[in-house]
Write a protein that binds this ligand. Structure first.
Ligand code: HEC
Ligand code: HEC
Length: 157
């Protein structure tokens, strides 16, 4: 009886961890029309779930000097986009997600400076093997073909 219970518990555990691992590869793409429109003009629309609210708030309050570009918007758009990003951010649920868990302090406004991103790419080369040119770290779609769909698996990794 005990052995059978143990077996059942183990099976449940395996199933749970397998489904969690499968989910790990997907992250909701931006599904807010205004955010998608305004925040994909210069680069792919970075998913809200990749930064915590503190970072989005900081980033959205300095759009006039956005990584050397002027990305400023009218007040109403800033408010609406900030609201969308914050309510879907990495720490919008009480347990957070893998982009917020384990990050202790100093939240950057770059996804590419979060602990999770750096961990996932620590063995990654950012040189293009055929042209020996640099690949921008922030150019997610250069390597993640299906990033816009929220799929960050890399087939030939
Ligand atoms: C030079 C290529 C390259 C660039 C540029 C790049 N990545 Fe990756 N990334 C990879 C590889 C390779 C992996 C490992 C994939 C795997 O294990 O399937 C990875 C892993 C990941 C993972 C983990 C996959 C998962 O299942 O959780 C995430 C999330 C991710 N990248 C997001 C990003 C984001 C966001 C950007 C842009 C800010 C980015 N990457 C830019 C190559 C790249
Ligand atoms: C006028 C062009 C432009 C617009 C519009 C724009 N950005 Fe950017 N964004 C940039 C540039 C340039 C960078 C820096 C790319 C680099 O060199 O790494 C950047 C970088 C970022 C990064 C950091 C990526 C990383 O390295 O992890 C985030 C996050 C970001 N933008 C969010 C947004 C959001 C949210 C919006 C919409 C409100 C937006 N951007 C609109 C030009 C733009």
């Amino acid at each position: 009886m005990l052995a059978r219970l143990f077996l059942l518990a183990m099976m449940g555990f395996l199933f749970l961890s397998a489904s969690m691992r499968a989910r790990d590869e997907r992250i909701s793409p931006v599904n807010h029309a205004l955010t998608k429109e305004e925040c994909s003009a210069c680069h792919f629309a970075f998913p809200a779930a990749m930064l915590p609210s503190a970072s989005w708030t900081r980033l959205m309050s300095s759009l006039e000097s956005h990584f050397g570009e002027d990305a400023s918007l009218d007040e109403a758009s800033v408010a609406a986009i900030t609201k969308y990003l914050n309510s879907n951010s990495a720490d919008s649920s009480w347990i957070g997600n893998r982009f917020s868990r384990g990050q202790t302090n100093n939240w950057p406004i770059r996804i590419t400076e979060t602990d999770h991103w750096l961990r996932e790419h620590k063995n990654q080369s950012f040189k293009n093997t055929s042209s020996s040119e640099d690949i921008y770290q922030s150019d997610c779609v250069a390597c993640h073909d299906n990033a816009v769909k929220g799929d960050f698996r890399v087939n030939d990794a």
